[in-house]
Ligand binder design. Structure first.
Ligand code: SF4
Ligand code: MG
Length: 336
């Protein structure tokens, strides 16, 4: 049906010393060609685990996919062999991580690492692969790429290393790029440049882009849609602008109120009191109830219905979503 990626009722568990951690609990979403989806939530909400499940890089054990489907262009990735999976990972779906230094190999020149992808996957010869690597380094705006193709990762700044990671990630022209907190380790000016680069590449290559972040502030300008996660569930999904104007879920409201200030870079500060639940002991009822200013008795006993449509294209999983949305709309009118 033209969908690039379809995640359907995904469940992931981790066996820990504390017991079974229910990391992902029935998550469904899809991504279209050329679409940018921001996946938002605090640490431990399941954003990275979802990405790892899509990439097929969940450590197994201790991480297990216990239910659901992940379809890429109609094919269920969970039914593939590891060998088939490797043909998807890189050429079709690729990923960049927060920490470029630990993702790049310290003992090989960066250009060699990019060229190696072209040699292994495209069968390029040495000199073509090297030229390809230089072109990619130029495309991600590394100054003097030709002179620096033989430099090592530690000879680049954090921002430049992140650009090299991006060059590797797009080397094989993937249809889907997943960026997990791609700018969290960088300072604010560099963050903005990297986001702009990702947006540019997404547009130019018509990639589906999944941007994982704890910071609503960095995705406002680049995302088409937002999916908010809490305790391994999706709690709200919407087009980007309505969600900023008037969130329909109390957790989204809390996240919006806690967009980090410039002087608090990299911290997962929160205006929401308390912490996300221990995933081995998710509270009964709505998992957000211990922290939720809207919580009533029913929230401590009955799980909210899964994402229901509250406005066209907007879904929220909360017993009192109408009330929350009405409050948000009033607040928005008062501040604009
Ligand atoms: Fe808060 Fe209840 Fe809604 Fe959960 S269901 S977010 S506890 S109001
Ligand atoms: Mg993470």
């Amino acid at each position: 049906d033209g969908r690039l990626l379809d995640v359907e009722d995904l469940f992931v568990e981790f066996r820990t010393r504390d017991g079974v951690a229910k990391a992902i609990n029935g998550v469904s979403f899809s991504l279209d060609e050329g679409e940018t989806l921001a996946v938002l939530g605090e640490s431990g909400s399941g954003k990275s685990v979802t990405a790892q499940a899509i990439m097929g890089i969940l450590d197994s054990p201790p991480g297990f996919i216990t239910g659901g489907r992940i379809r890429y262009c109609g094919t269920d990735l969970l039914g593939l062999t590891e060998k088939q999976r490797r043909e998807v990972r890189g050429p079709e779906i690729s990923m960049i991580f927060q920490d470029a230094l630990s993702s790049l190999n310290p003992v090989f020149p960066v250009g060699w690492q990019i060229a190696e992808m072209l040699r292994v996957h495209r069968g390029a010869n040495r000199s073509d692969a090297r030229e390809g690597a230089i072109r990619l380094m130029e495309r991600v705006n590394i100054p003097a790429a030709r002179q620096r193709v033989n430099a090592f990762p530690h000879q680049f700044s954090g921002g430049m290393r992140q650009r090299i990671m991006i060059a590797m990630a797009i080397a094989l022209d993937p249809a889907v790029l997943i960026a997990d907190e791609p700018t969290t380790a960088l300072d604010v000016t560099v963050q903005a440049q990297i986001m702009a680069l990702l947006a540019e590449l997404q547009e130019e290559r018509r990639m589906g882009l999944i941007l994982i972040t704890h910071d609503l502030g960095v995705v406002a300008d680049v995302a088409d849609r937002i999916a908010v996660m809490y305790a391994g569930r999706l709690v709200e999904t919407a087009d980007v602008h309505p969600i900023y104007a008037a969130p329909a879920h109390p957790y989204t409201k809390g996240l919006l109120a806690s967009i980090p200030r410039l002087d608090q870079k990299g911290q997962e500060l929160s205006a929401i009191g308390g912490l996300p639940p221990n995933l081995t002991r998710i509270p009964p009822g709505c998992p957000f109830n211990p922290r939720c200013p809207y919580a009533q008795d029913v929230c401590r006993h009955d799980p909210p219905p899964p994402l229901i449509e509250v406005r066209p294209g907007r879904r929220s999983a909360c017993h009192f979503t109408d009330r929350v949305l009405a409050d948000s709309e009033v607040e928005f009118d008062h501040t604009h």
